[in-house]
Write a new protein. Sequence first.
Length: 285
Amino acid sequence: MKRQITIPQLTIVSVLLMLVLMLSPIVPVHFAHAATGSERPVTSTIYIPKKENIDTVISIQHPVIVDGIVTNSIIAVGGNILLRPGSYSAFVLSIGGNVTQEPGAVVSEGLFAIGPDKRIFTTLTLASFLSIGLYFINTSLAAVLFVTFAAGGSIIFRRDERISAFIGRKYIRLFATGITITIIPAILIIASFVSPSIWMATIAIFLLYALLGLSGMILVTNKIGRTIIDFTGRKTGRIAALYGAIAILLVTNLPLVGILSFLALWILGVGSMWTLILRPSIIRI
């Protein structure tokens, strides 16, 4: 029976490939190497002949010679790039190598070259690790918040029917309340730089504010989930909390508007929870 590659295996291979690409400026990588009688490495050259049309070329520690057409990108790390007459390339990036564009060679979008400076390589490597670290932190935080909103919303689902209805009717008022409450820790943080003696009080108030926001987001999650359930015409149940958490996760991951959407929902949650604390009669106990 033919063995198929699973998704986890493909993920591991992809991560390893990314690490190789990041470490290649510091650690020499040779994909083409043969053990000969004199133990001398065999240097491999990537050559694109005439009338050859390919999409992308990625080379690490090997030269690239182009006579044909590269419709997307040429990326070379630690290797030289030679663009011969009659060749076409859309985008060329060389890190630690030389780029030679002979007369008649066409580069339509851009040509970028970074010199073989160890400081530049170190900076690029650190930036790559930082980007991957921030990505995993963002993914972990999103997973924790998703589970918190879905599980918390499911637990209090039967008790938050009235507050969900109240959020639907008074969302502008609750949003304004949330902005007012949010200003307090913001002012304290600014004041702490002027007077460091209030840092402990600022941290305590900020933690209370974070707890207030998380609790409020659970209420907002249920409200969004109930709205989705009502719109689809299905019977309302605890699954609404899951729908709400999925909707928040999708909306907040949109480019540009994602962070603004999360802040708006967070402020609405702060206002909702603060109102619930002041007016506990809203919720049915």
